[in-house]
Structure formats: structure tokens, C-alpha cells
Design a protein around this ligand. Sequence first.
Ligand code: FAD
Length: 411
Amino acid sequence: MAIDFEIPEEAKAVREKVRAWVQDECVPAEQRLLDGEKYEDVLGELRTKAREQGLWCPFIPPEHGGMGLGPLANALVQMELGQSYLGALSLNTQGPDDATMLTLLAHGTDYQKEKFLKPLLNGEKRICYSMTEKAAGADATGMQTKAEKDGNENYILNGEKWFSSAASVADIAVIMAKTDPDAPRHQQFSTFIVELPNDGYKIKRNIKTMAVHGPLSDILGGGHAEIEIKDLKVPAENLLGGEGNGFNMGQHRLAYGRLRHGMHNVAMAQRALDMATAHVTERTTFGKKLEERQGVQFMLADCASELYIARLMLLHIAYKAEKGMDLRQENGIAKVFLANMVHKVVDTAIQLHGALGYSQDTPLAAWYTHIRSQRLVDGPDEVHRWTTGRNVIKAFKAHGTTASAAGGDLL
Ligand SMILES: Cc1cc2nc3c(=O)[nH]c(=O)nc-3n(C[C@H](O)[C@H](O)[C@H](O)COP(=O)(O)OP(=O)(O)OC[C@H]3O[C@@H](n4cnc5c(N)ncnc54)[C@H](O)[C@@H]3O)c2cc1C
């Protein structure tokens, strides 16, 4: 009896369809944008075409207009979409919108689903998620933004946020704020839905980061905003998931987002390895093609190993998700691995391209600056490794071996 690594036919078929979609439509559309065509026109055209082909919101249930893919098929699709920066956008599955759609689906009232979720699913609106503050990030329980009832069925929010991705292009913000300072640490916070623009939610600036910004960066990614929240009035009907549940809902949201970044990383690393390999087959130094040097072959081999482990991790996690199994330990391990994996592969591709890799004549340099954030967002490496390490100790104490915390249930 062998382990069955065969991908079901329907999942293979949808992956092939999305692969062709990304290569034939999204990659050429990137060039149209660079040639100066309007973003709204190019994206609008892509989205209409995608929907006509049944490609839309991959993991959203069909009754809400999505493709209804399970974790495995979605992972395969996301691993293709990451090859183009228009991939996820063209199927309306870009972050941070996608994970917030899931939160609204799971926790929204009928009114919230009709008013806020529907236009998101239709691709008519975009949403941002404001949790992190200068005061608190990795330990989000340190947030200072407060929400107080005004006695009239409204909450009044005061505080600040920063690094709210896509806030400047969003029509809706989901904001976490402290509703009960006396409750247990993880029950002090609630989540509010706010329509933008709003005088109480003032975008002070898009924070300049180390990421290389092209002319389209702010439109596509929406930037990362610093926000002042002053006397922001939110009707009680816009409280999402009940008072005190903000923190748990945030974690639910991040659990999917963490994996999605990792899936896109596989696609980017694959493209980088392809570029590196193409380059070494063409470039000659000291009278020999680079591809003939064993040192260069070792570098390619290391990248291939990283990608192979990354794919196995994602498929194993998808398998666990399909079966409804606890995947928290694997998720934390994979989040860190996938962020570092893409870093190493893109770095190697830059190295093998020489000065060309350092230039902006290939996308590698820009990717390198963007992916540095992956070791910070959705929980920095150290916080995940802290939890993972604690689970290793717990497993040892419970079973006399650490195997169950180190992929041991594979065997
Ligand atoms: C590009 C980008 C996009 C983002 N988008 C969003 C968004 O849309 N919405 C949002 O709310 N937030 C967003 N963030 C914020 C992100 O979630 C936080 O930056 C992250 O949670 C880390 O918080 P911090 O920056 O405050 O670092 P801190 O909490 O100050 O931590 C600093 C460093 O300390 C170390 N550290 C922290 N805790 C521990 C520990 N227990 N053990 C060992 N070391 C530790 C880590 O090395 C960590 O990097 C974004 C950030 C970036 C860079």
C-alpha cells in the first residue's frame, strides 16, 4: 500500500485552467500596464473574462458566487496565481480582502453580509484590516485604540493604527479596538466595520518602506497606511462577531492569510528559479557556460530542495485541512519556512544574474525588497518559532518523544 500523492482529476483540471489563465492573460496584461494603459481598464477586462470562464473567488462557496474549491484545489490554484501580480487580483482573491471575506462569511450578520460582503465578492469594493498599532504588533493584545458606547447604539473609537495594507484604496475598513479593559486579555477587543472615506478614520500617509515601488505599486497593493482614529462613530449593527471576540476572529483570519502568502511564495520562487536556470544556460564566464559549473549546479539544487519541501508542506497542510484535522503546528512551521524559502531562492537568482540581478531590469530586485516583509507579517518568525518550540516541549512531556510536533503523524 502506498501513500496516494495523486491529485484528483478535478483539482488537476482547475490548476491547468488557472495556469493557462495566468500565463496567457495575466503576464501579458502586466506589460499593458507598464506600457501605460489604465489600471481600471486592464483589471476590469481581466476580471470580466475570468468570470466568464468560471474563475472567481476560488475558495468562496458557489452560493456566494465563488468556485467553492476545497483546501487542496485552492492551494494548487494559489500556487499558480502567485506567478503574476495580477493573478490574485484578476480572480478577486487578493489580500487582505480574501481573508476578510472569510471572516465576514463566518461571523457576519445577514445585514453585514448583504451590505459589506456582497460588494466585496462582486469585486465592486475593497477592504482593509486595521489591527496593528505603533504601540503593538506581534503582541496584538497591547493595542490601545478604544471603543466606548455613547449611550445611543453607537460606539465611538479613538486611537491610531499603522501598516493597514490597502487602506488608501479601500471602501471598507475592519478595525480592532478595546471594548473592555477589565476582561481577560484575549476578550478585551472587538471588531468594527467602517465605511470609507470617513472623517473619523484619517489616513495620515502611506508609509515609505524598503520595497521598491513601481508606478503601479500603490494602486495594486494599496500601500500601507498610518491612520488617526478620532471620534469615529460606528453604529452597533456594524460590530462584527459580538463584543470581546475580535481577537479570536483576527486569529481565524490570519490562519488562512498565512498559508496564502506561502502559496504565492512557491509561485514566485519557481519563477525565480526558472529565470536563474535560463540565465546560467546562456551566460559564459572563463570559457564555460555557467550551467557547467558544479558550484552553480549546487546552488540550483539547493533552491530545488527548498521548493520541493515547500510544496510537500503545503500539500500536507491542505490534506489536513480537507480532513478537518488540527494543523496549527504545521501551519506555524510552514509560515516561517515558506517566508525564508522564497528569500533564499530569490537571493540565489539575483546572485546568479550578477549585476543584472541587482538592477531593476529584471523583477528580481523588486521581489527581494517586497518579500523581506514576509518574515514580519502575520506574526514574525520568532513568535511562530516560540510557539512551535513550546509545542515540541509539550509533546516530549506528554509522549516521551517530540515526533507528534515534528510531522510525526505522517508516519
Ligand atoms: C508589509 C506589511 C504589511 C502589513 N499589513 C498589515 C495589515 O494589513 N493590517 C495590520 O493590522 N497589520 C499589518 N502589518 C503589521 C504586522 O502584522 C506587524 O508588523 C507584525 O505583527 C509585527 O509587529 P511589529 O511590527 O509591531 O513588531 P514588534 O511586535 O515590535 O516585534 C519586533 C520584533 O521583535 C521580535 N519579537 C517579538 N515578539 C517576540 C517573542 N515573543 N519572542 C522573540 N522575539 C520576538 C521579532 O523579531 C519581531 O520582528 C503589516 C506589516 C508589514 C511589514
